[in-house]
Structures are given as C-alpha cells and as structure tokens.
Design a protein around this ligand. Structure first.
Ligand SMILES: *Cc1c(COP(=O)(O)O)cnc(C)c1O
Ligand code: SF4
Length: 436
C-alpha cells in the first residue's frame, strides 16, 4: 500500500483516464476533478459489485449526505477485505446511515444556536470556530456537521466571510481563531491568503488555527506554494484528522513534512469509531506514527450524536480503556485528550481514568498506570499569604495583564469572588445568545 504512485494507484489512474501519469496523480486539481461521486464509478474503479437492492439503498444515503472520495484515498482501500476496511468504512456509505437513532440530532452541539453571525460559533470565552468552506474533498461518513457540509447552498460568500471577520474585529476577547469547515484547505491559495491576511490585521488575534483533513485524504494539496503562503501568517497552527495508522502513507508523510518544515505546529484530532479504530492497539500505533511525523495527538473525540452515526458510536468505556492503555505506557506527548463534545452545546469535556483515589487534610492517595498505590504528603507550612492570594495580587506582575475575570468552576475556587454557587442560566454565553 505504501509508496507514491504504487501499482494499485496506477491501475485506478488508468481506469480514470488511459493517459494518466504520475504527475496527474500528484496534481490535487486532477484528484478533485476525478473524485468518485457515484456508486457505479466506485464499483468500476475497485472491481467491487453490490447487488441491485443494496445499491438502491446506498443511493438513498447519498441523497442525505453526498459521496466523494479522492482517487488517492480510494487507492488505500483493501479490496480483498473491503467490508472490514477502515478506509472504506470512513468513505463509503452503509445502509445503516438511513436509520436515525433514538438520541440523534442534526445539530447535537448547538453550533447554530451559539452563532452570532453565520459561519461563526462563539462558545468559549476567548476563541471562535469560523467555518470558511463547507465542502470537503472526501466526505467522512462519520462527519458531525453532516447537516451543513457538502451542501453547496451553505457555501459562504465573500460577504458572509467579511461579516465573520468583522465579528472578530469588533470582539476583542477573541484571541484564537479556528478556521474550520468543511475543509479550509480546499479554498484557493489566494482566498486563504486573503482570509488569513484580514484576520492577521486584527491586533487582538494572537493565534490562527486551521483544521483540515487534506493531509489524510488529498495530501497533494499541500504544495510548496501553499506552505510558503502560510509562513507569512505565523503564528499559524494546523490540526489534521487521522483516524487510523493505515492513513499515514508516504504521500501524507510528505504533506506533513512540508507543513512542519514551514514552522507550523501540527496537531491531530481523531474520532473514536466502532469497527475502525476502537482498540488500544490501533490507537497506540496511530499516535506513534503521528509523533514520528511531528504531529502531536491533540484530541480523541467520542463520536457525536449526529443523525445517522449510530453504527460508529462506541461506549465511553472504550475511550477510557484506550486512555488507560496510553497514559504511563507511552510518551506523554503522544497521548491525546479524550473528549466528549457535550450535546446541547456544553462544549468539549475531558474524560480520563481516575488516578486520585482519596485524600485527607494531610495527604492524597494516588494510583499509577501499573496499579501501584502511593501517597503524596500535602505541605503543612503552605503559607497564608499564598493560601489567600487573589488574582489582583498577582496580576500587576504579569506582563500586559488585563483585569482578570474568573468564570465557571474557576470562579468558585477563586478567593477574589464571593460566588458560592453557579446558576446555569446566568452564564455569559446564554446572555450573549439573548442579546443577539
Ligand atoms: C473545538 C472548538 C473550539 C476549540 O476548542 P479547543 O479546546 O481550544 O481546541 C472552539 N470553538 C468551538 C465551537 C469548538 O467546537
Ligand atoms: S473532513 Fe471534516 S468536515 Fe469534511 S466530511 Fe470529514 S469530518 Fe466532516
């Protein structure tokens, strides 16, 4: 499977066009132009045949969420055992997509409710999600944003993008802008350059991040010109979306190398998917391959409650088991945070095995990954001055510090606040919803 333009890739390319060359294969526009969007072409290129009744049901799935697979990603499918293949399962619909499960919703994360202007989700105090493109080169069957992604009518216009940028400009608390989609890397170099330039001109924006699945599904999009343009907009971070070690090929390694060599810190967000990567062995292999390619595993997501994802969901226990197999067992920087994006707009909540077993005034009882139970003595002489510090004591000593405002549980812990309880309706976020 490894190697750029290997035998199975050549066969697929020749079936697409008898004159296809390696240079075509490595041209991202050629790949996009020849993306597989219907079942007949899929069957023809891979020599797989579905029965008529299966085919007509599959057809129905495409009406709900389109099919699109780049020839490159298609070439990674193991045709001998495609039904169990992690690439096939992520890219090709199954008829179970048609069944909407009991708890499933079209917008489980309430992204639309937390949206002050179209395309912007402002959920956390200091950062926003900005959807700058709604199409993708490959439509992941497990996509959380199925309701929006792939629908041309949601494609943001220049006016809509400008409105998003204007929202960032007039909202000084935003210090981190996360460009998302769809896949922002599908925009032209010029369009991306324009968006990045406009956001960079806003003084309170400290970092820009881009989330993209391109290094996984269309690595040839990461051209020298693209990374040269990116270098102008530092500090720029990129998060990608590898779910299985088989996705890390010579081509994707080359894309990652280009991005890392351009000084872009790389992270990876995986989704825990039943029958695809729900095993400690697979995830461990994945994170090891990622760090070898200078990608820091960032999040491991519990699968969301979006419509039609029933067949992909695992119990939360599976995620905790995987975290148990990673923490302590392998390099700390190879371990992602396991998160559940809470339905109803609660945001990402970290979930982990428990290491704190018990505690008293004097000590805490902990256990390690091997099951050793140990204690840590609390300091007896922790001075009152430190016990009672408030943020305002510390603030003037921090360079450029502004007035500090604790929110949430942080506020309950802060000695600077008299708050003793939290009433959910009073959160700043809900107020912002009401004002807009
Ligand atoms: C995930 C997400 C972010 C970024 O969260 P981090 O934990 O900082 O990576 C921001 N806004 C929304 C709406 C998100 O879903
Ligand atoms: S690349 Fe992201 S936005 Fe696009 S289909 Fe996959 S999960 Fe959804």
């Amino acid at each position: 499977m490894e190697g750029i333009y290997n035998k199975s890739q050549q066969e697929i390319a020749k079936k697409i066009s008898s004159t296809a060359q390696k240079s075509n294969w490595k041209d991202w526009k050629w790949q996009l132009k020849h993306s597989i969007k219907d079942i007949d072409t899929f069957e023809k290129l891979l020599g797989i045949n579905f029965t008529d009744s299966v085919k007509s049901q599959l057809q129905e799935t495409l009406a709900k969420f389109p099919l699109s697979i780049t020839p490159y990603y298609l070439s990674l499918i193991d045709t001998e055992d495609y039904e169990n293949d992690p690439i096939y399962k992520q890219a090709f619909p199954s008829i179970s997509e048609l069944q909407v499960g009991d708890f499933e919703m079209s917008d489980p994360l309430d992204e639309d409710k937390d949206s002050p202007v179209p395309g912007v989700t402002h959920r956390y105090p200091d950062r926003i999600l900005f959807q700058v493109c709604t199409t993708c080169s490959m439509y992941c069957r497990h996509c959380t944003r199925k309701r929006k992604v792939g629908d041309e009518s949601f494609l943001p216009s220049k006016d809509q993008l400008s409105a998003g940028i204007e929202y960032i400009r007039k909202t000084p608390v935003i210090r981190d802008v996360l460009l998302s989609g769809g896949d922002p890397f599908l925009l032209s170099d010029d369009n991306l350059d324009w968006i990045l330039t406009e956001i960079r001109r806003i003084p309170h924006v400290e970092v820009i991040r881009i989330g993209s699945r391109i290094p996984v599904v269309l690595p040839y999009r990461v051209t020298d010109e693209l990374v040269t343009m990116f270098k102008k907009h530092h500090p720029l971070w990129v998060n990608t979306h590898f779910n299985h070690p088989r996705e890390i090929t010579e081509s994707s390694k080359e894309a990652l190398r280009k991005l890392a060599d351009a000084g872009i810190p790389l992270g990876n967000q995986s989704v825990l998917l039943a029958g695809i990567n729900d095993s400690p062995i697979i995830i461990k292999k994945l994170v090891h391959k990622l760090v070898q390619n200078r990608v820091r595993p960032y999040y491991l997501y519990q699968c969301d409650l979006s419509e039609g994802l029933k067949q992909f969901r695992t119990p939360v226990g599976k995620g905790v088991e995987i975290m148990e197999s990673l923490i302590g067992h392998t390099s700390g920087f190879a371990i992602p945070a396991y998160v559940i994006d809470a339905p109803g707009g609660g945001g990402k909540i970290r979930v982990s095995p428990n290491y704190l077993l018990s505690w008293s005034n004097d000590k805490v009882v902990l256990r390690n990954f091997e099951g050793i139970i140990t204690t840590y003595e609390e300091p007896r002489e922790y001075e009152d001055v430190f016990r009672n510090y408030t943020y305002s004591d510390i603030e003037p000593k921090l360079e450029g510090a502004e007035e500090y405002k604790a929110i949430g549980i942080e506020k309950l812990l802060s000695n600077a606040s008299d708050t003793i309880s939290l009433i959910p309706e009073n959160t700043e976020r809900i107020e912002r919803r009401e004002h807009d």
